[in-house]
Write a new protein. Structure first.
Lengths: 195, 519
C-alpha cells in the first residue's frame, strides 16, 4: 500500500517537474510541430533573459533566433538529465556571452568615443529604474549575469549554477560581489535612492 | 574584516533565501547582536528591491515564430542543397581526370603543341610559289642581286631581300623596306663599261637568265603572306657574281682589270664549277619561313618541274582570265612585328639568328654558307659618271637628210636644218678607251633595243601602211605638190615674158615677195 502510494506520488511529481519532457519526447518521435509549443512557452522568457543580460535591446531577437535554431537542431539528442529550461537557459547565456565577446573584440577596432556619463543628474523626471539598470549594466559580465538571473529573473542559486556551469558557492560569491559593486556605484545617489 | 565580509556574504544569501538552516540560524543570531549587520541587511534589502523593481520587460515580437521557421526551413534546404557542391565536385573530377590522363600519357600536351605547330606550318606551306613568277624578276634584278645583294620582293612597296655581313662577319639576309630600289640600268652600265659586243651581251644575258630559275626556287611566297627563303640563296648569289665576273674577265680582261684593278681573285670555270657543286651539297630543302606571326625553319621540298607544269596550265588560265578582264592577285608581304619579343626557338638559333623589327626581318646565317671568297666590286654609279662625261664630249652624228623627189623632174629644196647654235667642235679623247667604247656600246645598245622591239616595230609598220588617214594625207600632199609645180611653171612662163620689159621692177617686187628660190 505504501509502495502504491509512493508510485502515485512520484508520477505526478515527474510530470509536474517538467512538462517540457513530454513535448520533447513527441518531438523526438517525429512530431516536430510540437516544437512550436515549446517555442511559445519559452520564447518571451528567453528574449528577456537576453535583454537583461545584454542590458539593451540590440540584437535580442537575433540571439533568440540563434538560441531556438540551436535547440531545434539538438533537441533530438536531449538526454533528459536536467530540466529543459536549464539546458535552454545555458544555451541562451552562452549565446549572450558569445555576443558580448564579439562586441568587446569589435570595440577594440572601433574609434574611441567620449564616455557617456553613466548617471545623469537626478531631477524630477529622472527614472530611478533606469538609473539602476544603467548601474547594473556597468557590472562585469561574470557578476552581472548571476545578479540579473537572481533578482530580475528569479532564478535560484542552483539554477544559476546549472545555467552558468559553475559551483553554487561561486554564484553566491558573485552575487554578493555584484551587490557590493552596485552599492559603491549608487552611493553618490544614496539619499535620492533612499539607500 | 574578512570575517565581516563573510557575514555580509551570508546576509546577501540570507535575503535571497539561499542559506541552509544552520547558516540561517547562525546569521539571524548575529544580526540580533550586531547593529552594523542590521544596517547592512536593511541596505541589501533596499538594493534588492531596487534591482528587482528595475526590471523592464521587453515587448513581444509578433513575427518571431514566422522568422524562426523561415530560418529553419532555409537551413534545412541549404543543408541538403547539392547545387553548391556541384562546381567544387565537378572541378575535382576534372582535375582528377586530367591527372590520370597525364599520368598515363605524359607527352599528351607536348604532342598537342607539336600538332598545332605542324598545323600552323602546314598552313603557311600551302600553295608556295616561286618569287620569280610573283615579282617578275628581270635580268637586271638578278644582276643587282648578285652585285648589290638586294632582291626586290615587292616592287610596289619597295620591299627587298637584302643579304649582307654583320659586324661579326657572319652572313645574314633580311627583308626590309628600302628607301629606293637600285637603279634599273646597272646591268647596262656594267655591259657598257666592259665593252661587250652583241654576242657577249647575249652570253651574259643567258648566264644571268640561267640563274633566274634557281633563285626563283630559293625564295617562295604564297597568299598567306608567308615568305620562304632557302639559306642557300647566299651561296647562289656568290656563284652568280663569280660567274658574271669570270665571264667579264674572260671576255673583257683589260676593261675588267681597269674596273677592278685590285681584284686578285682568278675566276675560272673550274673554281666556279667547284663552288656550284659545293652549293649543291648543302641541304637545300630547308627553308626559313617568315610569316605574319612567326618565323620558323622547316623542311620543304619544292618541285620546280611540277610547278612549271602547273604554271603552263596557269598561263593558259591566265590568258582566259585576261580575256575576261579578271584582276590578278598581287602579292604584298606584310610583316607583323608585334611579337618581336617572343622567346627565340633555341633549337635552331645556333644556325640562324632572327631579328624582327617594325619594318625589317633579319636572319643571320652562320654555318650554312660555303667558303666562297667575297669579291670587291667598284661602285657602278661611279662608272656611270665617267660614261656620262664621255658621252657629253661626243658630237651626236646624224644621217644627212635625204632629198625629196617629186614628179619626173627633181627639185632640190634646201631646208635650213635646225642645228644647235652651240655647235662645238668634236673633241674626242682618243686615249680614253673607255669613252670610245662607251660610244660604240651606246650604238650597240640602240641596236639591241631595236632588236628587242623588232616585233612591235613590225606591227607598227603594218599599222602605218594600213592607216588610211596617212595614205590619204600623202595623196593630198602629192596633189598639193602637183599644184605647186604647175603654179611654178606658170610663174616661170609669166616671169620670162615680162623679164625683158620691166626687168628691174620685177626684180624689186620679187625681192620683196620671194625671199629665196633657187631653181
Amino acid at each position: 500500500m505504501e509502495h502504491e502510494q509512493k508510485e502515485n506520488m512520484q508520477q505526478p511529481k515527474i510530470l509536474s517537474l517538467d512538462d517540457d519532457f513530454s513535448l520533447i519526447k513527441r518531438f523526438i518521435d517525429g512530431e516536430e510541430l510540437v516544437f512550436n509549443e515549446l517555442l511559445k512557452r519559452h520564447k518571451e522568457k528567453i528574449r528577456n533573459i537576453i535583454y537583461l543580460t545584454l542590458s539593451n535591446t540590440d540584437g535580442v531577437d537575433d540571439i533568440a533566433q540563434e538560441v531556438f535554431i540551436t535547440v531545434y537542431r539538438h533537441l533530438k539528442s536531449f538526454r533528459f538529465e536536467s530540466q529543459f529550461t536549464t539546458w535552454l537557459y545555458r544555451i541562451t547565456i552562452n549565446k549572450c556571452k558569445d555576443h558580448l565577446r564579439k562586441k568587446n573584440i569589435r570595440s577594440i577596432f572601433l574609434p574611441l568615443r567620449d564616455e557617456e556619463p553613466v548617471f545623469e543628474s537626478i531631477n524630477e523626471d529622472t527614472d530611478i529604474k533606469h538609473i539602476v539598470r544603467n548601474a547594473i549594466s556597468t557590472l562585469p559580465d561574470k557578476l552581472r549575469i548571476p545578479l540579473v538571473l537572481k533578482d530580475l529573473d528569479g532564478f535560484s542559486y542552483q539554477e544559476i549554477a546549472d545555467t552558468m556551469e559553475c559551483e553554487i558557492g561561486t554564484v553566491k560569491s558573485r552575487i554578493f560581489r555584484a551587490r557590493e559593486s552596485l552599492k559603491k556605484i549608487l552611493r553618490p545617489l544614496e539619499k535620492e535612492l533612499m539607500l | 574584516m574578512k570575517k565581516n565580509n563573510t557575514d555580509i556574504e551570508l546576509l546577501s544569501a540570507y535575503i535571497d533565501g539561499e542559506l541552509s538552516p544552520a547558516e540561517k540560524k547562525y546569521i539571524e543570531e548575529k544580526i540580533k547582536s550586531s547593529l552594523e549587520l542590521q544596517k547592512e541587511l536593511s541596505d541589501l534589502k533596499k538594493l534588492k528591491e531596487l534591482t528587482s523593481s528595475s526590471v523592464n520587460r521587453i515587448s513581444e515580437s509578433p513575427f518571431f515564430e514566422t522568422r524562426l521557421f523561415a530560418n529553419l526551413n532555409a537551413e534545412s534546404q541549404s543543408k541538403f542543397n547539392i547545387k553548391k557542391w556541384i562546381p567544387i565536385s565537378s572541378l575535382t573530377v576534372i582535375t582528377l581526370a586530367l591527372m590520370a590522363v597525364l599520368k598515363f600519357n605524359p607527352n599528351l600536351l607536348d604532342d598537342l603543341i607539336k600538332q598545332q605547330k605542324s598545323n600552323l606550318v602546314g598552313f603557311y606551306k600551302e600553295n608556295l610559289q616561286p618569287l620569280l613568277y610573283a615579282a617578275n624578276l628581270t635580268n637586271e634584278d638578278i644582276f643587282n642581286f648578285a652585285v648589290y645583294q638586294e632582291l626586290p620582293l615587292d616592287k610596289t612597296n619597295n620591299q627587298i631581300l637584302k643579304l649582307g655581313y654583320d659586324p661579326k662577319g657572319s652572313e645574314f639576309f633580311e627583308i626590309k623596306k628600302a628607301n629606293q630600289i637600285n637603279g634599273a640600268d646597272n646591268l647596262q652600265k656594267f655591259v657598257t663599261a666592259l665593252d661587250f659586243d652583241e654576242n657577249e651581251i647575249k652570253n651574259i644575258d643567258s648566264i644571268i637568265g640561267s640563274y633566274s630559275e634557281q633563285i626563283s626556287a630559293l625564295v617562295l611566297v604564297n597568299n598567306q603572306n608567308a615568305v620562304a627563303i632557302n639559306p642557300n640563296i647566299w651561296n647562289t648569289r656568290k656563284i652568280i657574281l663569280a660567274d658574271i665576273l669570270a665571264f667579264a674577265e674572260k671576255h673583257a680582261s683589260s676593261n675588267f682589270n681597269k674596273m677592278i684593278p685590285t681584284q686578285k681573285m682568278q675566276f675560272d670555270d673550274h673554281s666556279i664549277a667547284k663552288w656550284v657543286n659545293e652549293a649543291k651539297t648543302i641541304k637545300d630543302n630547308q627553308y626559313i619561313f617568315c610569316t605574319s606571326d612567326s618565323i620558323f625553319k622547316e623542311d620543304y621540298v619544292f618541285d620546280m618541274t611540277e610547278y612549271e607544269k602547273n604554271m603552263e596550265k596557269m598561263t593558259e588560265d591566265l590568258a582566259e582570265l585576261s580575256e575576261q578582264k579578271a584582276v590578278l592577285r598581287e602579292y604584298h608581304f606584310k610583316i607583323d612585328s608585334s611579337n618581336n619579343k617572343q622567346k627565340k626557338n633555341s633549337g635552331w638559333t645556333n644556325q640562324f639568328e632572327v631579328f624582327v623589327d617594325s619594318d625589317i626581318i633579319k636572319v643571320s646565317v652562320q654555318s650554312i654558307a660555303i667558303d666562297i671568297p667575297e669579291i670587291d666590286l667598284p661602285n657602278f654609279d661611279s662608272i656611270a659618271i665617267i660614261i656620262h662625261e664621255a658621252t657629253q664630249n661626243i658630237k651626236s652624228v646624224r644621217p644627212p637628210s635625204s632629198p625629196m623627189t617629186v614628179g619626173n623632174k627633181s627639185y632640190n629644196y634646201e631646208y635650213n636644218n635646225v642645228t644647235p647654235k652651240n655647235k662645238r667642235k668634236s673633241e674626242v679623247n682618243l686615249d680614253s678607251l673607255m669613252q670610245i667604247k662607251n660610244m660604240q656600246n651606246d650604238k650597240n645598245r640602240t641596236q639591241q633595243k631595236d632588236r628587242i622591239k623588232s616585233e612591235t616595230r613590225e606591227n607598227s609598220i603594218q599599222f602605218f601602211y594600213n592607216d588610211s588617214l596617212i595614205l590619204m594625207q600623202n595623196q593630198e600632199l602629192k596633189k598639193e605638190m602637183d599644184k605647186l609645180r604647175k603654179e611654178l611653171q606658170r610663174f616661170r612662163e609669166d616671169f620670162k615674158e615680162p623679164q625683158n620689159e620691166n626687168n628691174d621692177t620685177i626684180k624689186k617686187d620679187s625681192s620683196d615677195d620671194v625671199e629665196i628660190i633657187e631653181i
